[in-house]
Design a protein around this ligand. Structure first.
Ligand code: ATP
Length: 231
């Protein structure tokens, strides 16, 4: 099953082509890493897939049936997103954020509570569940945002720079949950500046440069290229 199909996607911002003819698939249970220098177009690609930015042309399909142009709501419900910086709502407590995600993704009440309890414990946030974001540290806010992204069983998980702001224990727990999800068939599309940190999770990579795909392959191929360059 192709969880995500990106076909000839072009994005134009301020009359400039920021993404140019991007085409790739992510299969179920597969992890795709987007790499590239600052300004290569990684965030633009993610925002275009999520519909935060409008594509100028091309086609985006999830689960081989939900087209971004035809049924945006269904398309979006198949995707869970973890941004690089937490996007929490100041007027909602930690628990209220989780309930909001539960409602948006139609998560069964019992399952939702089980997951909330498990992730709060894993990220050592149980005593913070009734706090508002302003009472949390930056890392704690990122943990809350991570839990929000982990709660749904969405087939595609999009992560902008994983592990951002998390301590070593939180990174270990993050990886544990991520691996569990991947083993259960979740596909992951992530961006990273440090492929070394995700080389044991990712299966494939795409290298972007000035909005174009200049290289793609398996992570093992990437490691070989990198080694050759370093020799
Ligand atoms: N709203 C905008 N209007 C015009 N140009 C933009 C806009 N947003 C981004 N860009 C340009 O698009 C290009 C790609 O930016 P993008 O943020 O996608 O890169 P990135 O690969 O995510 O970089 P980084 O690694 O620094 O996060 C850059 O040249 C940037 O200046």
């Amino acid at each position: 099953m192709k969880t995500l199909q990106v076909h000839d996607v072009t994005t134009v911002l301020s009359n400039k082509k920021i993404l140019d003819g991007i085409t790739f698939d992510v299969n179920s249970g597969e992890v795709m890493a987007l790499v590239g220098h600052n300004g290569a177009g990684k965030s633009t690609l993610i925002k275009t897939i999520l519909g935060i930015l409008e594509k100028a042309s091309g086609q985006l399909t999830v689960m081989e049936k939900f087209d971004q142009d035809e049924d945006f709501l269904k398309f979006k419900q198949q995707i869970s997103y973890l941004p690089e910086e937490p996007l929490l709502l100041t007027e909602f407590t930690v628990m209220q954020h989780f309930q909001l995600y539960g409602k948006s993704y139609h998560i069964e009440e019992e399952i939702l509570h089980e997951r909330i309890e498990r992730y709060l414990k894993g990220f050592e946030l149980t005593d913070k569940q009734n706090e508002y974001p302003e009472a949390l540290s930056k890392g704690m806010r990122q943990k809350v945002q991570t839990i929000c992204a982990f709660l749904p069983d969405a087939p595609l998980l999009v992560i902008d720079e994983p592990f951002m702001g998390l301590d070593i224990y939180a990174i270990q727990y993050f990886e544990e949950i991520l691996r569990e999800k991947i083993a259960n068939g979740t596909s992951v599309l992530l961006t990273t500046h440090q492929l070394d940190r995700v080389k044991n999770i990712a299966h494939h990579y795409i290298m972007l440069q000035e909005g174009k795909m200049i290289q793609t392959g398996t992570i093992n191929e990437f490691k070989t290229i990198k080694r050759r360059r370093e020799q």
